[in-house]
Design a protein around this ligand. Structure first.
Ligand code: ADP
Ligand code: MG
Length: 249
């Protein structure tokens, strides 16, 4: 359901994604791991078209986008629709500070999906219940812990009913005691059949929750396979070296 073919992205003369080819079936949970600077965030941003790839194509939920020379480029309604097929959660919770928790979750459905407010409110409430924060619906983001903010950010993204959820180090900025509640929500989402691409340094989570692990380095996919296989028995020297930093974690 997600196909990525020949995806390339450079910043100036710096090639960041060199030739990415991936197939991700509906419902699969992929953990994307690799050293800092390997291109993980750039890959997620390309899927969300926050950055425009130089070439290659991306297909999500039946819509195919072709980038580079000869392609029309993507803009206007196409871009908005394509972006709505992915939900993204970043390292730093970017909730709207001037809106209540439920206001944050309703915003996308009301403005982007033109949903009537009462329907959007019901949907938002359902998503807040799913992340265990129904009681915080009328609270302001500033009154929440980091873990709660991140759970609201997940509810907000899921309320857009995306085809795939993208997580970019969603727990990296949290105090250690708050990581578990966010990973728990992500695990629940995975068990409900959401297609997910998760950039993470939480190897135990990747091993237990992901179906597949993709190891990136230097803008390439260096190794991929079933999560437990890659994490327990990496084959490539670069994967081995990277994972050796996590032993005992
Ligand atoms: P990762 O998420 O794996 O740490 P990134 O995708 O953030 O890696 O970055 C990969 C490379 O691309 C790095 O060398 C980074 O400096 C570079 N890069 C990322 N974003 C930009 C940008 N907006 N402008 C220029 N270079 C960038
Ligand atoms: Mg990154």
């Amino acid at each position: 359901m997600i196909r990525i073919d020949g995806l390339q992205k450079s910043y100036g003369s710096n090639p960041v994604l060199r030739d990415i080819n991936l197939r991700i079936p509906k419902g699969e949970v992929v953990a994307l791991i690799g050293p800092s600077g390997s291109g993980k965030s750039t890959l997620l941003r390309c899927l969300n078209v926050l950055v425009e790839p130089n070439s290659g194509c991306i297909e999500i939920g039946g819509t195919r986008m072709v980038f580079g020379e000869g392609s029309r480029g993507i803009r206007g309604k196409d871009l908005v629709g394509f972006r709505q097929s992915t939900g993204m959660v970043f390292q730093h919770f970017n909730l709207f500070p001037h809106m209540t928790v439920i206001g944050n979750v309703m915003e996308g459905p009301v403005t982007a999906r033109k949903m009537p407010k009462d329907k959007a409110r019901a949907l938002a409430m359902k998503q807040l219940e799913a992340v265990g924060l129904a009681d915080k619906a009328d609270a302001w983001p500033s009154s929440l812990s980091g873990g709660q903010k991140q759970r609201v950010a997940i509810a907000r993204a899921v309320a857009m009913e995306p085809d795939v959820m993208l997580f970019d180090e969603a727990t990296s900025a949290l105090d250690p005691e708050l990581v578990g509640e966010v990973l728990g929500v992500m695990q629940k989402l995975a068990s409900e059949g959401m297609t997910m691409i998760v950039v993470t340094h939480e190897m135990a989570f990747a091993r237990e929750v992901a179906d597949r692990v993709i190891f990136m380095a230097g803008g390439y996919v260096v190794e991929e396979g079933p999560a437990k296989e890659v994490i327990d028995n990496p084959k490539q020297p670069q994967t081995k070296a990277f994972l050796s930093h996590f032993h005992g974690a």
